[in-house]
Design a binder for this molecule. Structure first.
Ligand code: ADP
Length: 265
């Protein structure tokens, strides 16, 4: 489905990814293991086209993602990628439900059953809570729930169990394994035990190079993929703006005052 060919990426003249070649299947659960600083998160960022490499190609079917214009790369992300970030990236001033709603709106999905998704991760009781009132573990599980919204073909997860106890870690792994029955799941983790127990393919990376791949994909990449335009609805833009302003009332008031004084003088 997705193929990396000769990917290299440097930051400040230090080469972080070195000639990475991986071909991913449409449905598999890939765990990427490697020491801290070996380039695992950078690799996920390349897969989601958040980072553009210095060299190499990434093919989705026969679409060369890095040759697309920036706004089309954004559509690629909206159409194909769900991402569980290490720092969760929930919108703090929105409720759990609204975080899921925004995600479903970006993904062009109109009807979602929040309760079923939240229940899978044991967080259905948090549906009305604001994201800034959640504990670290709750935030992580809500971020995972948000990534399940929409019929998105690729799920990228950066240390999805980093803040969880063993019981919840197994729960999350089971959810990811279940998703990988009909999607591509690529997970970065430090936890070898969980990776070997749940993933169908282990890739090891060291100093920016792939040093081991337990189940390489030698099949072709000839399925056809489309990249469609998506955008947030006007209603959701207004709602987010309103929530943001009302969660920072004092700041909004001071900015309005300063603006008015400036205008009057
Ligand atoms: P890992 O996920 O394996 O811990 P990362 O991919 O996060 O490793 O980082 C690999 C190296 O690249 C680290 O040394 C990190 O400091 C560096 N790095 C990552 N992102 C940036 C960036 N945006 N600018 C500069 N250096 C970066």
């Amino acid at each position: 489905m997705l193929k990396l060919i000769g990917i290299s990426k440097s930051y400040q003249n230090v080469e972080i990814l070195k000639d990475i070649n991986i071909s991913f299947r449409e449905k598999e659960f890939v765990a990427i293991l490697g020491p801290s600083g070996s380039g695992k998160s950078t690799l996920l960022n390349v897969l989601s086209a958040i980072e553009i490499p210095d060299k190499g190609k990434m093919l989705l079917g026969n679409i060369d993602i890095f040759k697309l214009k920036k706004h089309k790369q954004d559509y690629y992300r909206a159409n194909y990628i769900n991402y569980i970030f290490q720092n969760y990236n929930l919108i703090k001033y929105l409720s759990v439900k609204d975080n899921l709603l925004i995600s479903s709106n970006i993904k062009g999905n109109k009807k979602i059953n929040f309760k079923i998704i939240l229940k899978k991760l044991n967080v259905e009781n948090l549906i009305k809570k604001k994201a800034n009132k959640l504990s670290g573990g709750e935030e992580q599980r809500v971020a995972i729930a948000r990534s399940l919204v929409g019929d998105i073909k690729i799920l990228l997860a950066d240390e999805p169990t980093g803040a969880l106890d063993s019981n919840n870690s197994h729960k999350v792994m089971k959810v990811l394994k279940d998703i990988s029955k009909d999607k591509l799941v690529v997970m970065v983790t430090h936890n070898k035990n969980l990776a070997y127990r749940y993933a169908s393919r282990i890739i090891k990376i060291k100093d920016g190079k792939i040093i081991y791949d337990s189940n390489p994909n030698d099949c072709g990449n000839n399925l056809h993929y489309l990249i469609r335009k998506t955008k947030l609805s006007f209603y959701n833009i207004v709602k987010m703006t309103y929530n943001n302003l009302s969660s920072k009332k004092m700041r909004t008031y001071l900015i309005s005052m300063a603006f008015s004084i400036g205008l009057i003088s």
